[in-house]
Design a protein around this ligand. Structure first.
Ligand code: EPU
Length: 417
């Protein structure tokens, strides 16, 4: 198994182009299954989760081709309605395929995603919504057997929580349903808007994506289109945190600055300055960061849970005490124990983490337990004195394309061995 070795501390400088968003690419790939002919997705990041989605599409019978960051999906030959347990286990968010498979095939068989590194991963909101849309779902020995003998039907769905995955599954299932679907308390993340944009380019009729109420008028069929995946706002936030902790000046480009807006005030509170243009932003960090009073993770446009770990790593060297409140996932502080090994001073009480800034971190062997927790270790390692050795890279490879190459090109001393 390979590991990352970071010799720190080192400043970063220059410009980093941000890759396409993993969390947009996955639902777009699932949604492509609804089309009658080929879809081409540009700006797909080269990540293991994207590879898993490609494997699922192939398993379902689609013809799939990847050329660098372009992926062509021809679903016209799709004839399977089952995702095997091994693929479901590789990526628990494969549940996003449920709405697409049942809409196209009239039935679907998936294994229950179960728990994951972030805690239990319930899918009750997905199932409740699909049942309301006329899908019969039997939960049998860890397997979900779904069928829609009379087709998927439009209806009104009020989500008790604005779940990103449930909103996406409903939008996909509703696109070719009979009648109109109205989702209230829908998720408003940029990835929802990107999915609607893609589906509408294929011929769907989705209105209000990015707002709390989304209306989907079912259409008879969808035809393939070309679409460019939006930039990854969490990768961008991670690079900003890395620049901040190392006291660097860095330009993060090929982004949609509006998508990163929830993270900017936190970095500004720590003393960073921003120069924002249409598709890039330059961060200038102070020599020593100030503390941030409190960071509460919230659904978009609140502070993203996915940026909590890298931003927490950033505050370990702040002057003062920073408080984090994780409201989205039950178990999203697994990076804390590893940050302590590097000399950080953090206390966790349930959903609250209190970070007392220290003046120095020192490199040590650490292990990534989840994707964003791994990114936090990289952020801390860049500023720690000496060598930080990071294992558990399979998690990082799920969400960051060539992270070490990008950081090395900005001046970090980082190698994968
Ligand atoms: N939830 C339920 N029931 C459901 C669905 C969700 O209780 O049926 C709960 C979850 O357990 C969680 C909360 O609602 O506590 C939020 O879950 P949501 O459904 O919004 O998240 P998701 O769709 O499973 C996506 C991203 C996550 C990101 C979250 C929140 C993808 C593939 N994953 O997950 O990304 O953290 O939205 O923004 O889009 C990551 O990239 O590292 C990552 C985990």
């Amino acid at each position: 198994m390979s590991e990352l070795f970071i010799q720190g501390p080192n400043k970063l400088s220059g410009e980093i182009c941000i890759h396409g968003a993993k969390n947009s690419t996955l639902p777009l790939m699932a949604a492509s299954l609804l089309c009658d002919n080929e879809c081409i997705l540009h700006n797909c990041p080269v990540l293991s989760d994207v590879d898993t989605s490609l494997k699922i599409l192939r398993y379902l019978g689609c013809r799939v081709q990847r050329l660098g960051n372009d992926v062509a999906i021809d679903p016209s030959s799709a004839d399977q309605c089952k995702i095997p347990d091994s693929l479901m286990r590789e990526m628990r968010s494969s549940i996003i395929f449920l709405g697409a498979i049942v809409s196209r095939m009239g039935k679907a068989e998936l294994s229950f995603p179960g728990g994951c590194e972030l805690g239990p991963r319930p899918i009750d909101l997905h199932l409740l919504a699909l049942r309301k849309m006329g899908v019969i779902i039997e939960e049998d020995h860890g397997c979900l057997k779904c069928s829609a003998p009379d087709g998927v039907k439009g209806t009104c769905i009020n989500l008790s929580f604005p779940s990103v995955g449930a909103t996406e599954n409903i939008m996909i299932a509703a696109s070719c349903a009979k009648g109109t679907t109205i989702i209230t308390n829908a998720a408003r993340e940029p990835e929802i808007w990107d999915l609607a944009d893609f589906l509408n380019s294929c011929g769907a009729k989705i209105y209000g994506a990015g707002e709390s109420t989304v209306v989907i008028e079912g259409v008879k069929s969808l035809s393939g289109c070309e679409h460019r995946v939006i930039p990854d706002r969490i990768a961008a936030s991670t690079f900003l945190a890395a620049a901040a902790i190392t006291g660097s000046t860095l330009t993060v480009s090929q982004i949609i600055p509006e998508h990163i807006a929830p993270v900017i005030p936190i970095l500004e509170e720590c003393g960073c300055h921003f120069d924002i243009s249409k598709s890039s932003m330059k961060i200038t960090a102070p020599k020593r960061l100030g503390r941030v009073k409190s960071v509460r993770t919230m659904p978009y446009p609140g502070f993203p849970t996915d940026a909590q770990a890298p931003v927490m790593a950033m505050t370990t060297l702040s002057d003062g005490t920073s408080v984090f409140i994780e409201t989205i996932f039950e178990s999203r502080y697994k990076h804390v124990g590893e940050l302590l090994r590097l000399g950080a001073n953090i206390k966790v009480e349930g959903r609250v983490a209190i970070v007392e800034g220290v003046s120095r971190l020192s490199g040590a062997p650490v292990e990534a337990a989840d994707l964003r927790g791994g990114a936090a270790l990289v952020v801390a390692g860049l500023a720690a004195q000496g060598v930080t050795q990071i294992s558990g890279l399979k998690h990082l490879d799920r969400g960051y394309e060539s992270l070490e190459k990008s950081l090395a090109s900005l001046g970090a001393d980082i190698k994968r061995i």
